[in-house]
Design a protein around this ligand. Structure first.
Ligand code: HEC
Ligand code: HEC
Length: 199
């Protein structure tokens, strides 16, 4: 009778293991401890970059990029009636695409059009222009408003994306964003590891 007993015992083990696995699947993930003292200073570094004119001028909610920063004492709407485009693509309206003027590299002339591959406007839900640190922080963590990205994916986007990289190589006469892409990548990772606290 040892054979059937063993079989029965192992079936019970399999059933028990499946039950444990199932209960683990349905348990809510343990809440991540939030370390505000470590995380907030890291977020402030990220905010200093995201809110900088080299980034925020393309992250607007009204379809119109901005010209702003020290070289423009008053922030103003991009000239030539430029808009992100009625099709919602961010690449501009037919006949006046961003790439009519913005090429893959910066114009060497002061006030000439800057350039990077695939120049276009960010979608309106990713608005940073005129927003507070708390507002930008909340939306950066919201998959509905960050292009459905994890915080790790946001960090790698900042490290690797060409339009982001342009913010540190903006062409003659324009002030670059603070720090570097690599430093911002690391600040986002440390902020996320500290539970991504917002002000
Ligand atoms: C020429 C316009 C342009 C500039 C300049 C620009 N971005 Fe963006 N950004 C975009 C577009 C377009 C998207 C949407 C890309 C996508 O979702 O695939 C985007 C999306 C993002 C995202 C992911 C979505 C989110 O809100 O988290 C991050 C992060 C980001 N940009 C960071 C930056 C940073 C940092 C700078 C400045 C150093 C910058 N961008 C400058 C156009 C721009
Ligand atoms: C008719 C030509 C033209 C078109 C079309 C155009 N731009 Fe520009 N853009 C310029 C010029 C010229 C500048 C430089 C302005 C300066 O430095 O005085 C510029 C500058 C910019 C800047 C940098 C502003 C800053 O201070 O950081 C951004 C961002 C920008 N454009 C976004 C766009 C986007 C997005 C589109 C398409 C939706 C677009 N542009 C379409 C000519 C154009």
């Amino acid at each position: 009778m040892r054979g059937p007993a063993l079989v029965a015992a192992s079936i019970m083990l399999v059933v028990a293991a499946a039950a444990i696995a199932h209960s683990q699947e349905t348990q809510p993930a343990p809440a991540l401890a939030v370390d505000t003292a470590t995380g907030l200073p890291e977020w402030e570094k990220v905010y200093a970059v995201f809110s900088h004119p080299r980034c925020a001028n393309c992250h607007v909610d009204d379809n119109r990029p901005r010209w702003s920063g020290p070289e423009f004492p008053m922030a103003k709407v991009h000239g030539f009636n430029v808009q992100g485009g009625a099709d919602g693509s961010g690449f501009g309206n037919p006949g006046l695409r961003c790439t009519t003027c913005h090429f893959a590299t910066n114009s060497p002339m002061r006030h000439g059009p800057p350039g990077a591959e695939s120049w276009h406007l960010a979608p309106p839900e990713m608005v940073w222009f005129g927003k507070s640190s708390a507002e930008i922080c909340a939306q950066t963590k919201d998959p509905e408003r960050n292009g459905d990205r994890t915080l790790e994916e946001i960090a790698t986007h900042v490290r690797d994306d060409g339009l982001v990289g342009w913010g540190w190589d903006p062409g003659p006469g324009r002030q670059p964003a603070p720090g570097s892409a690599e430093q911002t990548f690391l600040a986002i990772q440390r902020w996320a590891a500290a539970g991504a606290p917002c002000p």
